[in-house]
Design a protein around this ligand. Structure first.
Ligand SMILES: [Zn+2]
Length: 95
């Protein structure tokens, strides 16, 4: 059994490890407090590898951000298509 690495007080992204929550096999789980005010439990190796950086709020924010970016891109595409369609319509009117 490897010794438990004490992560208490260490910051990982938005999370700060508060205290050991559980130990299962070779994995340890830490109670973490997030910058957003929420608490969550994260596996220590995910914290240390940088896989877990928030209670989930960061993922939610990033997803919302990318949805916005995609939404804007889709709107631009629609406008470009509409402009092209209009262009074709104008061209056909010349005939
Ligand atoms: Zn959070």
């Amino acid at each position: 059994m490897p010794a438990i690495v004490d992560l208490s007080g260490i910051r990982f992204g938005r999370l700060i490890a508060v205290r050991l929550a559980a130990r299962a096999g070779k994995h340890t789980f830490w109670n973490c407090s997030c910058d957003c005010g929420a608490t969550s439990i994260a596996r220590s190796n995910n914290l240390r590898r940088g896989h877990t950086k928030s209670c989930g709020c960061l993922d939610r924010e990033l997803r919302a951000h990318w949805n916005e970016v995609r939404g804007a891109a889709a709107q631009e595409k629609r406008q470009a298509e509409a402009a092209r369609a209009l262009g074709r319509l104008k061209e056909s009117n010349h005939d």
